[in-house]
Design a protein around this ligand. Sequence first.
Ligand code: SF4
Length: 653
Amino acid sequence: MENLLKSTYCTSLTQYTRRISREVFIGDVPLGAHHPIRVQSMTTTDTMDTIATVEQSIRMIDAGCEYVRITAPSINEAKNLENIKKELRARGYNTPLVADIHFTPNAAEVAARIVEKVRINPGNFADRKKFELHDYTDASYVEELERIRDRFIPLVKICKEYGTAMRIGTNHGSLSDRIMSRYGDSAIGMVESALEFLRICESEGFKNIVLSMKSSNPQVMVQAYRLLINKMDAENMHYPLHLGVTEAGEGEDGRIKSAAGIGTLLEDGIGDTVRVSLTEDPEFEIPVARELVSRYNNRMNHGNIPPITTDSIPYSPFSYERRLSYEVANFGAHNVPRVIADYSKHDKITAASLFPIGYLYSVPTDKWNLTDLACDYVYAGSNTIDFEIPGTLSLIYDASNWMKNHDKDRLFPLFTLDQFFNAEKISDSLNFISVSIDQVNLLIENKQIFNAGNIVLILTTANKHAMAEQRRLFIELMNQHIKVPVIIKQTYSSLNSDQLQLHASTDVGALLLDGFGDGIWIDTDGKISPQIINSLQFGILQAARTRISKTEYISCPSCGRTLFDLQETTARIRSRTDHLKGIKIGIMGCIVNGPGEMADADYGYVGSGPGKITLYKGREVVTKSINTDIAVDALIELIKANGDWVEKEELVS
Ligand code: SF4
């Protein structure tokens, strides 16, 4: 890791600049170099159903999709790509088509003669996954590579001859047994998996290549892309990158997870094309991808951020480690990042105001019941709260307001730095100080104020390149060994709730993924409901895997291989299990890719034939081919048998 730290993974950490990649030709829509970041998606229809696939492709293209990917699980589907292409062209659509290949090199060789791009998965192009680890000697490993080379070169030659592009698309969940044996289940394993295939292409002089490093875990995904760039730079290779968080799921969770992973990389100028994988109809993925990408159209002219080079940062961008902070009240050290609800713009705060942020008051029992998404602090600003608040909640008042109420329990002041220096009184236990990067020198000069262990900083920014500016301040705190806990505050105005979800997940998610942040505070212009903001804040922490407050669903986006109604089934499973905090459930459309792709899920629900489901506990098959009509019940029985079940009512305290 020492050597890697001395190398870069992006052009600048402080000045937004797109990574320069080589130009790749995909039909009439080139990729990389100076071209815009392209948006793409994948059909979910049966590839043998030409008209259904064409019509779905048209819906995607009309929504703004610039490449349409279609699965080709066997030679028959690969051949049918010809009919799909002809029909699309006849209807006036010239959008490049991409064949998605797993396990079937012969289907790839057919497809490469028809479509503009072929995606292969290096984990399963020439390998069958048996979840077995082998002891390879260097010689036997080289022999394996030779076997892969022999199997892969015919496809490379066809791509060269037909001008077909290729994506070498590594998925975290489907690394080959060979790679797992040598590199383990790691970001470096993902990178090496792609590089083995890339080197074969280069040896044949084939360079029309795009790469991807997808994972359902945004932490792993971000690290793998960064490592890939680092390694490619070392070999003077500059291929464009296709970004995606795989099996992100549906609805809010899927969008937050995708934005955290994809957005983190886009913030550093990384990425030439984006696919947001949601368990929804593919045309719904396009506006999400477009919103993520559009933020960078005018990013270059952001406010100045003091420069720093990637070789002098005090943390590794290639592995996760939370920034060390000491404990103040329930912030920092081993505490989960805290959630702050901003009620300062409310005219009046009543008991009912707390319902949307996880506190339900029961009049008959005169008790507060907490949900899993009960926030930790309410910022009331200049408001006062005159009812008994729940025991797990604390309040933040503006300093002048706090002075009038400072004798109350669980009530703490918020100062500006100037106010803090001039305060007649501060709290013995917890003071919040709002700071921005302009005050970094003042903070350093006065770092003795942190010795009392009663300060938590609230980091604000007005910079368009907000994440980078806030990251810069975290870096400075680390360089100065200032271990004060820090809440990340982001302020947004004029956004609707869909935009807020994506912007905040990117801006805050990116910092959390690098180990920064002891709290989250999303402030808006008051037009978005507190419930949406609260749920978003917990969702971002969950996506960054820094605070787990709900069940996690790793569900595939579905494709032509899917063997049941994935959206409906996911909704049914979710309605029965969404109270099982901390459990990960994989819901996968097919047995070919599903078990590998569901990565670190605790339980798996996988389509294994028409009307049939196979259930997994981790990587182990528990029940094979049960009927779909009893499969959800059987999944719940399996969770119960493993002691992970709780009844919904038991959770209310
Ligand atoms: S796991 Fe889902 S998206 Fe992946 S190949 Fe199977 S059905 Fe298609």
